[in-house]
Design a protein around this ligand. Sequence first.
Ligand code: NAD
Ligand code: MG
Length: 402
Amino acid sequence: MPAVHRLCILGSTGSIGVSTLDVVARHPDRLSVHALSAHSRIEALAAQALRHRPRVVVVPDAAARARFLAAWPTGTPRPEVRLGAQALADTAADPEVTAVMAAIVGAAGLPGALAAARAGKRVLLANKEALVAAGGLFMQAVRDSGAELLPIDSEHNAIFQCLPWAADRARAPAQPAPGVRRLLLTASGGPFRRTALDELEFVTPDQACAHPNWRMGRKISVDSATMLNKGLEVIEAHWLFAMPIDRIQVVIHPQSVVHSMVEYVDGSILAQLGQPDMRTPIAYGLGYPERLASGVGLLDLARLGHLDFETPDLVRFPCLRLSLNALGHGQSACIALNAANEVAVEGFLKGRIRYTQIAAVIERCLDEAAGRYAQVPGSLDEVLDLDSRTRTLAAGFCQAAA
Ligand code: NAD
Ligand code: MG
């Protein structure tokens, strides 16, 4: 009898949330929705709830609840509407939920994802910032509770698929998988891989969000343009696969068809290939260890013709260099990196700072945080405190730069 999952989707109105609901709708015999959540697109949440009939929806505040109720047709039975971040975490831990899709963007997704891990759920982790900010705490929670952790980020999902089969590989193993020499993380290089360096200062948010291969939310699209996203992913891979930083290599692969690779001690390299469509890793996480149809078409390799690979340029992509340094310095530096980046990217998207100032703001925040690098935050509150202090600092740097 195949597993039947009752899902809580944190961030259901985003790019990953919408793709998740698309896969869920293809498997009504195996997948149902217990809870949905949204932060700002409340009318879209109401439309999702009408279609998928969750028992609960979670919105940020009373004003959002009023919008949800106004969008709900009278006479139709409606879900319970819960409010705020604590309700989000409580809903992720609800005994009726068996699997949680963590698809909120940014460190705001950490409390909900951690609550799901602590409650022993199957956690489908798209929210990479949760691992960047609190990898140690998060992985320990998975081990302590017996949760299942399925990486949804396409690179990590590819690596997970290419690892040797082991019954505990979704249970946060504390050692690298046997026989594995290195993880090779592919990166498209984003929209500015060939842009003249002196033009980068003038690129616009819409240009930065026009990713050549993937359609994603705006924050991760900018992160892909700066390659900070790949830096976050190196940190994510370090935690997910218990892999030291010197055994994770970033490779530019402009076609985004090879989603990542695992290199073995015997010289073998295993790769996972597919269309750049997040429904593939999402379906893998929902069906694991079985395969579910995702709606994604097959690749035509002959039509593709060739696959290219190159080494990333750390001068063009200073955010990648800053991320690798942060991982070398430890958890506090990673929290500062992520928080500074979130504030800087928001500043860029709102037209307050230039594209090239994103790296500058992050670097200044990391310099300021250097005195605290030796401290390892031991609780969620300590992580959130350092996150919030860095945000204040970064906001000041953005203002000064404007
Ligand atoms: P998005 O911006 O499209 O959606 C974000 C979702 O989070 C929305 O539902 C929004 O309502 C919710 N949200 C935003 N701020 C919130 C807050 N403060 N509190 C509660 N909810 C909040 O983002 P996305 O592209 O779907 O990305 C989601 C996560 O998945 C990110 O961590 C991203 O790095 C990761 N990811 C995305 C992709 C992709 O293809 N989009 C691929 C790999 C990983
Ligand atoms: Mg990715």
